[in-house]
Write a new protein. Structure first.
Length: 77
């Protein structure tokens, strides 16, 4: 099984976390629960996950990880 190296992006200003699972063209954006959406490709494959209000959903750990450069912040993209 080929392992995918995921990429995680966090925008401190908007408090949005985005996880890239697989490269590809987004064909569908589906909200799976309030504030959490998935991006799907042509064949329904998972391309990414978006979490709104990430620090509220995931706690302050997300902000601490961003400050320690464990995830890519919007200004670094």
């Amino acid at each position: 099984m080929k392992r995918i190296k995921e990429k995680i992006y966090y925008d401190k200003k908007t408090d949005v976390l985005w996880l890239l699972v697989k490269g590809g063209v987004e064909e569908e954006h589906r909200e799976i629960t309030p504030g959490v959406s998935v991006e799907l490709g042509k064949n329904g494959e998972l391309l990414g996950i978006e979490i709104l209000n990430a620090s509220r959903v995931l706690g302050e750990k997300i902000r601490k990880a961003a400050n320690r450069d464990r995830i890519v912040t919007a200004s670094a993209r």
